[in-house]
Design a protein around this ligand. Sequence first.
Ligand code: ZN
Length: 156
Amino acid sequence: MDLDSLYQEVILDHYKHPLHKGLSEEKTIQVHHVNPSCGDEITLNLLLEANMVADISWDGVGCSISQASTSIMSDLLIGKSISEAFSILDEFSGLMQSKGGSKGNEEVLEDAVALAGVSKFPARIKCALLGWMAFKDAASQGMSDEASNKQGEENG
Ligand code: ZN
């Protein structure tokens, strides 16, 4: 089996058996992101605890790339610190911008390297990034919420 078909298998497996799909009630923040060019939609619940990504749960519809990428992202980022999660996200964004020139760092990206081939198809990059951008948005909002909550506690 060559690398391309192995990667196809990884993507299909995440698409058919998505991880962390199904919204959990425990969340710091919820975001909804759409990719109108393909019709992909993701709702993502993020639970932050002490600067850690305590949980990610999501629901969505769309193409196999968007759904598989969100499954891979959620499994990869849960349990990481927010700063680690953002550096993984940067690594993945870099891979998506590589126009097929990068295979991706498997030690950092794990299953997400299976999406490396997507970077050759500009129309599909937004599909692959949808869940990751939803996470970025949720984490940014969640951190400012946590900061203002803390301020409230200190003042009260
Ligand atoms: Zn798509």
